[in-house]
Design a protein around this ligand. Structure first.
Ligand code: ADP
Ligand code: MG
Length: 690
């Protein structure tokens, strides 16, 4: 961290662009690695060249003319003594023409195409010949429009020269590093090499990052991440929370007895894990994951019962109003008969009702508070919050989770946190990103669920599908029809849903077809949802607002339009809306192709994977392979820095190493650990607090 700028002239556009890319410290620059390399170390003789090679050639311009057929272009013939190559430019300036005048000696670089008229290069880069050839490959860095490659190259080079790259791995950790070759590399060597590899290197090993220099770098990155998470966990372990416990004949027991079903084995097991945490004087920080429909809500209700029975309050926050309301209805149904008061907080509430609710929360009259983001607003004051439950936790950002924790500040204590998610996190991801989080998994569905048959269907067979829907409706069943969310265009998104709504209303006379989308006023949404829940409405057309948590057991058919645009886990979530009752259920993945033809191979494979498996974990694993970890972590909201170099699917051996060494390093080499984390994460470790 040598370089806080001293004198301060206003930053240039390039400097601003660097800052935007996070290139602030010397070490940031040193860790900014090339996307690829260009080989300018050699000059290829045209006589030896192969078609399709990207090559550098050098020769004399023997002809230079502007032609207009088939369109305006500059044609330059370069003779290197072994053959002639035509350089072709469709856009050019007079300065190009001047530099490429007959007689000039030029070095040009581009892709060589052969063919009928001899060698050509389209829009090669070129410069005046002469000067020494570099002896390393030329790095090409990820950059932005405001930041010229040449400027960035210079900045990286000087960053690399100035950065402190001294060893931070203790010798014993180094000796244990997986891969004998990897052990031979220091960070300094690895970076030096990856920025400026010699031209004899295997480009394949550099590009697929299997080269030992890459391995060394990834190991360091993973270690930094594990260290900072472990530090956060230890900090949390030093905090205090009220110990909450069950008692014979208490609320927990009474709620269990009153439930209309018996818990599954998995629910019992995770319930015990949670109860065990709650009984400790250290804040719980637990993720409860379980496939859609696995019954997480009741587990959270049982946890709430423990808190309430010990005289404390509990809050449950859900990401959407619809979902929050469903939770509210369910929890009221379970808990009010046992004498518990449940308050309801949401953004759309009438002022008077809201004021009443706030008063109940503040006085402690309400023992359980259910709601949306409204729960964490400043004016909400709890009397004594001891347990905070966050449903669909990945939908919330760090700030929101922190805000909920801060609702209890009594005596320097923190509330216990239970986070729930229906998107199961693959093991490697949990290990890596949630090192500071305990994970409970419900791996069993309640009995009596009917399997859901999943079918792929081309949009060209829409009419058949609508007929089938009519059949289902005639049997008294209900149908969801989901249209995709098109991120760039909410308007388009809506027109898709409204068009489908109109189409279905037309072709299903006598059936109530409803429309639900995120921009509707809340009251309207609720009215639509109520009609569907009560079974009055036959078909509900919606955008993805119903994705999370909605529970209408009589709905037995789910149609997903433009299924090819959804992520696998999202499709799985949507599919989980059906198959909740006794009736046989189906999910139809309707796909369209731009030309009405076949779906591309990858897209097809993805959708087929959906049809083949119902295991949310397996689906999450495939999703991770296809789309990377961002989807699982809600990275956009949370700002969690994802790994830049390491890849969780392939670098598990390095992750295991980092996990094993992080605690040892913190215990035995605290100074090195701190330097290491600082180097890699700098000021970016805020997210770890939540
Ligand atoms: P999710 O884990 O997706 O949040 P829910 O908590 O909404 O699932 O539960 C899905 C449905 O299953 C609800 O209607 C719930 O009441 C019911 N349920 C939960 N546990 C059981 C069980 N052990 N036996 C039968 N039904 C259950
Ligand atoms: Mg749920």
């Amino acid at each position: 961290m040598a370089d806080a700028p001293t004198a301060s002239p206003p930053p240039s556009p390039a400097q601003k662009a660097m800052r935007k890319l996070g290139l602030v410290r010397d070490i940031d620059l040193a860790l900014h690695l090339p996307l690829r390399y260009e080989d300018e170390t050699r000059i290829v003789r045209l006589a030896d060249a192969r078609e399709g090679d990207t090559a550098q050639i050098e020769g004399t311009v023997v002809d230079s003319e502007v032609t207009f057929r088939p369109r305006k272009q500059l044609l330059v013939k370069l003779d290197d003594g072994s053959d002639v190559c035509t350089l072709r430019f469709f856009s050019f300036y007079p300065s190009h023409q001047k530099a490429l005048a007959v007689g000039a000696r030029i070095r040009a670089r581009g892709e060589l195409r052969g063919g009928f008229l001899g060698w050509t290069m389209m829009h090669p880069s070129f410069r005046v010949a002469g000067g020494e050839l570099p002896n390393a490959l030329t790095p090409v860095y990820p950059t932005s429009a405001q930041l010229p490659q040449a400027y960035l190259r210079k900045a990286v080079l000087s960053g690399l020269r100035r950065a402190d790259l001294s060893e931070t791995l203790p010798p014993d950790a180094l000796r244990d590093l997986p891969g004998r070759e990897t052990r031979g590399w220091t960070l300094r060597d690895a970076l030096q090499y990856l920025h400026h590899p010699t031209s004899d290197v295997s480009l394949a090993a550099l590009e697929d990052q299997s080269h030992p220099a890459w391995q060394r770098l990834k190991a360091e990155e993973l270690l930094a991440q594990q260290l900072s998470q472990l530090t956060a966990k230890r900090a949390r372990d030093a905090l205090r929370a009220p110990p909450l416990s069950t008692r014979p004949g208490g609320l927990h027991e009474r709620l269990l007895a009153a439930l209309p079903f018996a818990l599954t084995g998995a629910q019992r097991r995770v319930g015990e894990e949670i109860a065990h945490d709650l009984a400790r004087a250290v804040p719980m920080h637990r993720l409860l994951q379980g496939d859609v429909g696995s019954g997480k809500t009741v587990v959270s209700a049982l946890a709430a019962a423990i808190a309430i029975d010990s005289g404390w309050q509990c809050a449950l926050m859900a990401p959407t109003e619809i979902l929050a309301e469903q939770h509210f209805a369910k929890l009221v149904g379970w808990l009010e008969p046992l004498g518990i008061t449940v308050a309801w907080l949401t953004g759309s509430q009438k002022t008077k009702q809201k004021r009443e609710m706030l008063a109940q929360v503040e006085s402690g009259a309400a023992q359980l508070v259910v709601g949306t983001h409204a729960v964490i607003q400043d004016k909400v004051k709890f009397k004594n919050l001891a347990l905070a439950v966050i449903d669909e936790q990945h939908r919330f950002g760090v700030a929101q989770r922190l805000a909920l924790r801060e609702k209890m500040s009594e005596g320097g204590q923190e509330p216990h946190m239970l986070m729930m998610s229906a998107t199961p996190i693959p093991r490697t991801l949990a290990m890596s990103y949630y090192a500071d989080l305990d994970v409970s998994t419900i791996d069993e569905l309640p009995p009596g669920r009917t399997p859901i048959v999943t079918k792929l269907l081309s949009d060209s067979r829409r009419d058949e599908l609508i007929e089938r829907i009519a059949g289902q409706l005639a049997q008294g069943r209900q149908v969801y029809w989901v249209c995709p969310l098109i991120e760039e265009s909410e308007a388009l998104d809506l027109s898709n849903a409204t068009a489908t709504h109109a189409e279905l209303s037309d072709s299903l006379p006598g059936v109530m077809v409803g429309l639900l989308h995120s921009r509707m006023p809340v009251a309207e949404k609720k009215a639509v949802m109520a009609l569907f829940t009560e079974g009055v409405m036959g078909v509900l057309v919606s955008t993805t607002v119903i994705e999370v948590g909605v529970d209408v057991p009589n709905a037995s058919l789910m149609v997903i339009e433009h299924a090819e645009r959804f992520g696998l886990s999202q499709l799985h979530q949507l599919r989980g809306r059906v198959g909740r009752g006794a009736a046989a259920s189906a999910c139809v993945l309707l796909y369209s192709t731009p030309d009405g033809g076949r779906l591309g191979e990858t897209a097809r494979e993805r959708l087929r994977a959906m049809a083949d498996t119902h295991d949310g974990f397996e689906i999450a694993r495939r999703d991770l392979e296809i789309r990377g970890p961002g989807e699982f972590l809600g990275a956009r909201q949370s700002g969690a820095p994802l790994l830049r170099f390491a890849d969780l699917a392939t670098d598990t051996h390095l992750l295991e190493w980092a996990r094993a060494w992080a605690p040892l390093m913190l215990d035995r080499h605290a100074g090195l650990a701190q330097r290491h984390t600082e180097r890699w994460l700098g000021g970016k470790s805020d997210y770890l607090k939540a």
